[in-house]
Design a binder for this molecule. Structure first.
Ligand SMILES: C[S@@+](CC[C@H](N)C(=O)[O-])C[C@H]1O[C@@H](n2cnc3c(N)ncnc32)[C@H](O)[C@@H]1O
Length: 335
């Protein structure tokens, strides 16, 4: 590397002068030895002794994803990839479109450098089956799918290959938690690893019954109960909530039904288990609130009850024109 050689005591002044005149090569590190210092330069300069010395290259830390994939993908492709990132603890899950399949390794390595997380996986299927889990392919980093995700001060341990979890529901969980009052008895019919129960019980003095059909999800929820300092209590059950709930001998002030594709088929169970004036936090996939409201009304009518819709909101977009919607209904006796 071409360098200016200067006595050590002149090193700093020379460095400043060269930098100010745009003559220093900023991609290499200055070397200082016993008596002399060596400053990398781009071209020969008069008035200095020029020597050839081996210098350490300064590793440029790429601070953005586009920079890492520059020349390989278009700006639009990079932007689409960036919005597909789901970060769960120190695991990142990417959605890579079919036309970029041949660049998946490059993208995975870039995502690892950009996010500085432990493991990068790509989605290999849609969320499917009763347990709502998707297939993943390991791309880069360490192939370890167990992680601890932090949300609203709670620690949620899970294996992204074995259980459902979406960090995109964090705002919804906070909203539900904030609407809960101390003393409530709550049933989470489809609790997964327990993000609703843990976030609520961490902040409120409540009694929660949490049910899931996925054994792995309940195993992690049991661990999460130990991992977090809770104000409330959580009792876990593994099994089909339609069956498991037959053994419950008290009713609930609130029932959470986050199984958006199929929750409507369990509305009869929820309407039966809810206290008078209790709230059902009902979720479904839809392009409007009308279908969900009608399903709640029909289920209540069949049970001789009524529903007052107290809130509706779009939780997240699922596909163009379709939403994961939330409908909160207060259930009353028929007047
Ligand atoms: C969409 S996930 C939601 C999990 C959790 N509430 C969350 O927000 O992360 C739905 C969960 O329902 C569970 N599940 C599906 N059918 C069930 C049933 N009949 N009884 C109990 N749990 C069920 C799945 O195993 C899955 O964990």
């Amino acid at each position: 590397m071409k360098c200016v050689k200067v006595p050590l005591k002149e090193l700093n002044d020379t460095r400043i002068k060269l930098m100010e005149n745009g003559l220093m090569n900023m991609e290499y590190r200055i070397k200082a030895e016993k008596e002399f210092g060596y400053i990398p330069i781009n071209d020969d300069i008069d008035d200095y002794e020029i020597v050839d010395v081996e210098l350490e290259e300064i590793k440029k830390v790429p601070h953005n994803f586009s920079e890492l994939l520059e020349g390989e993908l278009t700006e639009e492709e990079i932007e689409n990839l960036r919005t597909s990132f789901d970060t769960i603890g120190d695991v990142v899950i990417l959605e890579i479109p079919d036309n970029l399949e041949n660049k998946k390794q490059l993208i995975g390595d870039a995502a690892l450098k950009f996010t500085k997380r432990k493991s990068i996986y790509m989605k290999k299927s849609a969320i499917k089956g009763t347990t709502r889990v998707r297939d993943l392919e390991f791309l880069s980093g360490v192939d370890d799918s167990v992680t601890i995700h932090k949300e609203h001060g709670a620690r949620l341990k899970l294996d992204v290959r074995e259980v459902y979890f979406s960090p995109r529901l964090a705002t919804e969980r906070k909203r539900v938690m904030e609407s809960v009052k101390d003393g409530e008895r709550i049933l989470d019919m489809f609790c997964g690893i327990g993000p609703f129960p843990i976030v609520i019980a961490k902040n409120k003095d409540v009694e929660i019954t949490a049910v899931d059909i996925n054994e792995a999800a309940i195993r992690y929820l049991d661990e999460n109960i130990e991992l977090n300092k809770l104000n409330g209590s959580i009792e876990t059950y593994c099994g089909d909530v339609r069956e498991v709930s037959k053994s419950f001998n008290s009713k609930f002030d609130r029932i959470i039904m986050n199984l958006p594709g199929l929750a409507y088929t369990f509305l009869d169970v929820a309407v039966d288990l809810i206290e008078e004036d209790g709230i059902i936090n009902y979720y479904e996939f839809s392009d409007s609130y009308e279908q969900g409201k009608k399903r709640l009304e029909d289920a209540c009518r069949k049970a001789g009850k009524e529903v007052e819709i107290i809130n509706t909101r779009k939780v997240k977009s699922t596909s163009p024109g379709e939403w994961h919607v939330a409908i909160d209904g207060k259930i009353k006796k028929n007047s």
